[in-house]
Design a protein around this ligand. Structure first.
Ligand code: NDP
Length: 307
């Protein structure tokens, strides 16, 4: 089996930043790109809050540039999924979907978290044209517009509150009549005059025109009554699923399934580091993911020096 100093699993901003740092440190990292190369940013349109781009940058372009930057320093990319790992002894073993297995002195896990979707037929094609899973990224585009946010947790409250900075009205569509969100977050949303709640309700259909989302159908789950509501934006805030199934229980996770990290990117296994959204249920930003990718690469480098 080929032996590598660093194998990076996943290519969002965390993995690609780790790749840039590891490659510049001459560690010749191998990067397994995963099923969605570039990660969640490839699903967005304009990114306006990534420092260094005064006029914003398109998400896919930002990720393509990060990849080229890593490749310039001889990072090696392989377009495969990581299917399994064996962290029981060092060097670790990493197997990919082509059937190849590698030995790795260190592994950086940056497989991200996938936003949960409702599963409506046209939701994916309307992403970036009215449907969004990231209020921090897209809220700004809804100045003086009407927005519906789906969910009843902290993210839904936070997203709805954030979007009221721009939108003229925000409706929270929740499937129950009580919220899962923490009390202070609930209070903040209840007090906000721009926010209104649609209780016991589910979005069952999205209507669109040439410019994107134009309306939704909301069903009252108690009465079965359906209502067609005009809206400019539909934000999903129904949770995220960290991509950890290939770890097969070998890394300690928190209660929500995110990798538990200490001292920055350290996992419970020395030599295995995690960065980006797979270990972050709180910030979930491209820039914080990139920062943690940098930390993971530096830790991997120091680990290799020490061993
Ligand atoms: P949660 O899992 O806490 O909440 C998800 C919400 O979406 C729930 O209200 C759930 O409904 C609803 N939901 C799930 N699936 C569906 C579906 N298919 N259709 C309709 N509704 C659905 O996720 P969050 O992202 O809100 O929070 C994740 C973690 O991050 C939590 O620990 C939270 O506290 C934390 N967080 C903290 C913040 C802060 O402190 N500032 C900000 C954001 C998140 P139901 O209630 O019926 O199950």
């Amino acid at each position: 089996m080929e032996r590598r100093k660093v194998i990076i699993i996943g290519t969002g901003p965390a993995g690609l930043t780790a790749a840039i740092y590891a490659a510049r440190a001459d560690l010749k990292p191998l990067i397994l790109e995963g099923h969605e190369p570039g990660g969640q940013l490839t699903l967005t349109t304009e990114v306006e809050n990534f420092p260094g781009f005064e006029h914003g940058v398109m998400g896919p372009e930002l990720m393509a540039n990060m990849k080229k930057q890593a490749a310039r320093f001889n990072a090696e990319f392989k377009s495969v999924m990581c299917t399994s790992v064996d962290f029981s002894k060092r060097p670790f073993t990493v197997t990919d979907s082509s059937g190849a297995s590698y030995l790795a002195d260190t592994v950086i896990i940056s497989t991200g978290a996938s936003a949960k979707w409702l599963g409506l037929p046209n939701e994916k094609e309307l992403t970036g044209r009215g449907v969004s899973t990231c209020a921090t990224c897209d809220g700004f585009f809804y100045r003086d517009k009407i927005v519906h946010v789906v969910g009843g947790g902290d993210t839904a409250m936070e997203d709805a509150t954030f979007i009221t900075k721009f939108a003229k009205k925000v409706y929270i569509v929740h499937r129950k009549d009580t919220l899962r969100a923490s009390k202070p977050m609930q209070e903040r949303a209840f007090k906000n005059p721009k926010i209104e709640f649609l209780w016991d309700s589910a979005v069952t259909e999205i209507q669109s025109n040439q410019s994107g989302v134009s309306g939704i159908t909301v069903e009252n789950l108690k009465t079965g009554a359906k209502e067609q509501r005009p809206t400019d934006g539909l934000f999903y805030a129904i949770g995220h699923q960290p991509n950890t199934s290939f770890l097969n229980g070998q890394i300690t996770l928190d209660n929500h399934g995110f990798i538990k990290t200490n001292n920055g990117p350290e996992t419970n296994i020395p030599g295995v580091f995690a960065c980006g959204d797979v270990q972050d249920s709180y910030y979930r930003q491209a820039i914080t993911a990139a920062g943690s990718g940098c930390q993971a690469a530096i830790k991997a480098e120091r680990f290799l020096e020490g061993h």
